[in-house]
Design a protein. Structure first.
Ligand SMILES: *[C@@H]1O[C@H](CO)[C@@H](O)[C@H](O)[C@H]1NC(C)=O
Length: 185
């Protein structure tokens, strides 16, 4: 009997650990450059690094603040419930733009403070990052913040930090089935 229960518990944990929690909250970012490149784009399909197809844009694109007045750029996800246990975060960044992703930081926090104040899950090191990554975190929190304070160059001009996330999945066990309220931002 205990054996059966253990198997059952293991199966349940395995299944729930695979859940993407992004339907349970809302996304925001530092300004939106183009129509359809809003923060929501990162939590909607397609699951790919493709930026656009004709008029359809599939990734976020923050406003950007050019040098000499650059500002950090960020993308934030807020859970509709108090907090969630986050096992890992999958990121699909815009194809061909590893330089813009370079130096990014990924946090799980309990406040929406910028610069982020919480647990640093990952900080990109030397060399260009892979534009598709799965980052383990294993933290309890209310916000996931992708933060970039490192600029990049476009046609030899330092254009400051920009965030272009094509898809983000925030994975963890699902404790609350639905949001009890809808966040608007
Ligand atoms: C957020 O708050 C919860 C509950 O107090 C705590 O367990 C967790 O460690 C906090 N997370 C972070 C990233 O500080």
């Amino acid at each position: 009997m205990l054996f059966v229960l253990l198997i059952h518990a293991t199966v349940l944990l395995t299944i729930t650990a695979q859940k993407n929690l992004t339907p349970r909250g809302q996304a925001s970012q530092t300004g939106t450059l183009r129509v359809n490149s809003n923060a929501i784009s990162a939590i909607q399909p397609p699951i790919s690094n493709t930026f656009q197809n004709g008029d359809n844009i599939y990734c976020t694109h923050t406003t950007g603040y050019y040098v000499p007045n650059p500002k950090p750029a960020w993308w934030m996800f807020e859970f509709c419930f108090e907090s969630a246990y986050i096992t890992d975060i999958q990121i699909y960044y815009r194809e061909g733009q590893a330089e813009r992703m370079d130096g990014f930081k990924l946090y799980v926090t309990n406040t929406s403070t910028i610069p982020p104040d919480g647990y640093l899950c990952y900080e990109d090191g030397p060399g260009l990052p892979s534009i598709t990554q799965t980052i383990p975190c294993n933290q309890l929190g209310k916000y996931v913040i992708y933060y970039d304070d490192k600029g990049s160059f476009h046609v030899n001009r330092d254009i400051g930090p920009i965030v272009e996330l094509c898809y983000v999945a925030i994975n963890g066990p699902l404790w609350a089935s639905e949001c009890s309220f809808v966040l608007s931002k």
